[in-house]
Design a protein around this ligand. Structure first.
Ligand code: PEP
Ligand code: MG
Length: 759
């Protein structure tokens, strides 16, 4: 059964459009289950009805014609109950409605299972038989498995279908909505530019070309290059290979013949596709065909074709314009399968207004960077057929995490109004720069910033930051090709320290691993967030740690505003070892003649183990800083990067709030100051609660700093305490959110909460 399932899913995956997807499903399921009928009813959202979309066994003419309301018939019941319904004779069931024109009168046995994707009901998959009999358990299990596996493919095909209609101009406006999660608040409207990592065949976007001749020539030259490469590799390996292995190279060359792959690709180019898109399509089709073959030898050929495709793509990409030569349109919305911090630097800042990532969540590092740059961002739009939206107009709603492709005039107008309101709010906040973050009853709250890029520094100072609470040193490491030297690092760090002196600058030691790999230091792990990350890596590589510490100390010479912070600490040994290495670096530099003052040293509390050792850490260091992004992830066991569980990642979860309060109390027992540098501090509601808990410093992205200052200046410390006391005993996250929002509104701070967005 597993093999049948695998094959059906594979074939369905290879189908080019929704109609073929549904057609394959009904044919294959009917055959596999040996039933008389298999049909799919999908929900038409506009009409709020099930429509018979495909059938094998019922009258074909009724496809697209027959429909039922959502509470009608046994099909409606399957959807409402969200569970399978298995009847030996559906016709006698009280809910049964006969669907005219389908010819279903002669069928009795009925098994219907809901098709659900991410909690959304898409439709119902039904099998029927003439016999009066109940489907057995294994048949029911097969249908449930089938439907669960196919739901994602159907959702994707539906989405792609509507996008294709738009790009083919068979549909002019759509308001087609895709759900993701917020990466950075704000709204952006502009054309999509799809960016793909090199040699990623599946990620190549559709693009139309005018000059067919030039495109064919470009393809032919890439082809010639690949042929030459393969021949060369074949020759150099000839002596070491057996004859049948040598033949493989000839097979490769033959596959590239004009009447094989190359011919098909050229045919697509002649229809107006750019060479890379034509290549993706042809290679994709062949890979699918081979991977469905029964013979394992032939199945393996799929890998060869994929490899050939990748080689040709590399050649095409090398001959195409480099990223820096691409003319980005005004108001570019950058779209990527997986947005990386490095990609953000590829588009000229004056042209970039929005970011959209199919993978990753609001707590991914790319999103954190986007926030520091203040670029509206939506992450985790998993159903977006992103390779098909190049050049289409997009509304990106960073408040609700929604994306609309090719929106209507009305919707665009609505969002234009929101952009205008936003600009007004921001203009109103500009006057706050010189004012302190002081509550209405005179409680003073230091507001610091998180930085990573050198551009953050200017923005932070412009917005009145009083220090740097977190300088993510891994960011300059990530945008290079190898580890920066001590001198390089020193120069980079000096810029941050100098710009802020005499204000304090907290430099975190290299926090790589997790979702922050270095291209030149790959770490392959099954569970990277539970693996070799942060301090674990640097203590295993003292040569990297020491160089970094020496660079920091040298950079601070004469400025003395350096604080060194250790990430991902779980035990006191890590603190002791790190302190020893820092002391060694201080001694060495002094011996070398530098005038080095002992920097302040701090520990980040980011994992549950650290929460319960805060006092022990506090006795060993000068300050504690809470990394609430990771702490939330580890306390709730929710991957901060995984869009599937993004809705479970809630910093206002009662457990997180309790932990945050506990940390401050514990640290203060040792008279050690505690700051927080997770994203929660950047939320006006969060900042109020953290102040009330007793946090000594709030550190946040520069973009949100004015809003947080505005919120703190609009509330009294007593009122904040009262709010905290109410919230800390609540056990429902939604109610906590609601209370925070209502309180902000009551205080006249309503404009800091999300603007009303049309649903
Ligand atoms: C955190 O985990 O809260 C934090 C500030 O560090 P990062 O987001 O860089 O992991
Ligand atoms: Mg962290």
């Amino acid at each position: 059964m597993l093999e049948t399932l695998r094959k059906i899913v594979q074939e369905v995956n290879a189908a080019p459009d929704l109609e073929s997807v549904l057609d394959v499903i009904v044919r294959r399921v009917q055959r596999a289950m040996r039933t008389d009928v298999c049909s799919i009813y999908l929900i038409d959202r506009q009409r709020e009805r099930y429509v018979l979309m495909a059938t094998q066994g019922l009258n074909q003419k009724s496809v697209g014609q027959v429909s039922l309301s959502l509470d009608e018939g046994v099909v409606g019941m399957v959807g409402q109950r969200a569970e399978p319904i298995n009847l030996e004779d559906a016709a006698v069931h009280s809910a049964f409605t006969y669907l005219k024109g389908t010819g279903e009168k002669k069928f009795h046995a009925f098994l219907g299972v809901p098709i659900i994707h991410h909690r959304t009901l898409l439709g119902v998959l039904v099998v029927q038989q003439k016999l009066i009999r109940k489907f057995d358990e294994s048949e029911e299990a097969f249908m449930v498995t089938m439907s669960a596996q196919l739901a994602g493919v159907i959702a994707h095909a539906e989405a792609t279908g509507s996008i294709l209609q738009i790009s083919d101009h068979t549909k002019t406006e759509s308001d087609r909505k895709f759900e993701g999660v917020s990466g950075c608040i704000g709204v952006a409207i502009g054309p999509a530019v799809v960016m793909t990592p090199l040699a990623d065949l599946d990620g190549v976007p559709d693009r139309k070309i005018e000059d067919v001749k030039a495109e064919v020539a470009k393809f032919k030259s890439a082809l010639a290059q690949v042929r030459r490469d393969i021949k060369r590799v074949g020759r150099s390996l000839a002596k070491r290979l057996r004859s049948e292995e040598r033949e493989l190279f000839d097979v490769y060359i033959r596959m590239l013949d004009d009447n094989a792959l190359a011919g098909e690709i050229i045919a697509h180019i002649k229809e107006g596709s750019w060479a890379q898109g034509a290549l993706r399509q042809v290679i994709g089709e062949h890979v699918q065909q081979f991977s469905m073959m029964d013979d394992p030898y032939l199945r393996e050929r799929a890998t060869d074709i994929r490899d050939l495709g990748r080689r040709m793509l590399t050649c095409l990409q090398e001959s195409g314009p480099s990223l820096s030569e691409i003319e980005f349109p005004e108001n570019t919305i950058l779209v990527a399968d997986e947005l990386t911090p490095a990609m953000l630097g590829e588009v000229p800042t004056e042209k970039l207004i929005g970011l959209l990532s199919v993978h990753g969540s609001g707590n991914s590092h790319a999103a954190i960077l986007a926030r520091s740059m203040g670029i509206p961002t939506v992450m985790g739009v998993v159903d977006l057929p992103y390779t098909r939206i190049e050049g289409l107009n997009v509304i990106l709603d960073g408040y609700s995490g929604r994306v609309f492709v090719n929106p209507s005039e009305d919707l665009s107008q609505c969002y234009q109004d929101i952009i205008r309101e936003e600009n007004e709010v921001n203009a109103g906040l500009e006057g706050l720069k010189e004012l302190p973050a002081e509550t209405t009853d005179g409680y003073r709250m230091p507001l610091w910033v998180n930085t990573g890029l050198i551009t953050d520094v200017a923005r932070s100072l412009e917005r009145g930051a009083e220090g740097i609470g977190l300088y993510r040193t891994e960011i300059p490491f990530m945008i290079r090709d190898f580890f920066p030297s001590e001198q390089d690092q020193m120069e980079t760090y000096r810029k941050q320290l100098e710009a802020f002196a005499p204000r304090p600058v907290t430099m975190r030691t290299l926090d790589i691993g997790g979702d922050k790999p270095l291209p030149y230091f790959p770490i392959e792990e099954d569970n990277p967030f539970l693996g070799w990350r942060g301090i674990r890596v640097t203590l295993d590589h003292p040569e990297i740690f020491l160089v970094q510490i020496r660079a920091m100390l040298r950079a601070a010479e004469g400025l003395d505003n350096l604080r060194i912070m250790l990430p991902m600490v779980t035990s006191v040994h890590e603190v002791d070892e790190s302190k020893k290495l820092i002391a060694q670096a201080v001694d060495e530099l002094r011996e070398e003649g530098h005038i080095i003052n002992q920097p302040l040293i701090g520990v980040m509390v980011e994992v549950p183990a650290a929460v319960y050792q805060v006092r022990r850490f506090a006795r060993r260091v000068d300050f504690i800083s809470v990394g609430s992004n990771d702490l939330t992830q580890y306390l709730l066991a929710v991957d901060r990067n995984n869009p599937r569980v993004a809705s479970l990642y809630v910093p206002y979860h009662p457990a997180v709030l309790k932990a945050l309060q506990f940390i401050v109390h514990e640290a203060h027992k040792e008279n050690v100051s505690v700051s927080i540098c997770g994203e929660m501090a950047a939320d006006p509601g969060g900042a109020i609660l953290l102040m009330a808990m007793g946090y000594d410093v709030l550190s946040m992205n520069a973009t949100n700093l004015p809003k947080v200052k505005f919120a703190l200046r609009g509330i009294s410390f007593d009122r904040a305490r009262e709010l905290l006391n109410q919230i800390i005993v609540m056990d429902d996250v939604d109610k906590i959110h609601m209370m925070l929002r209502n309180t902000l509104k009551e205080l006249g701070l309503g404009q800091l909460t999300r603007p009303a967005i049309p649903d």
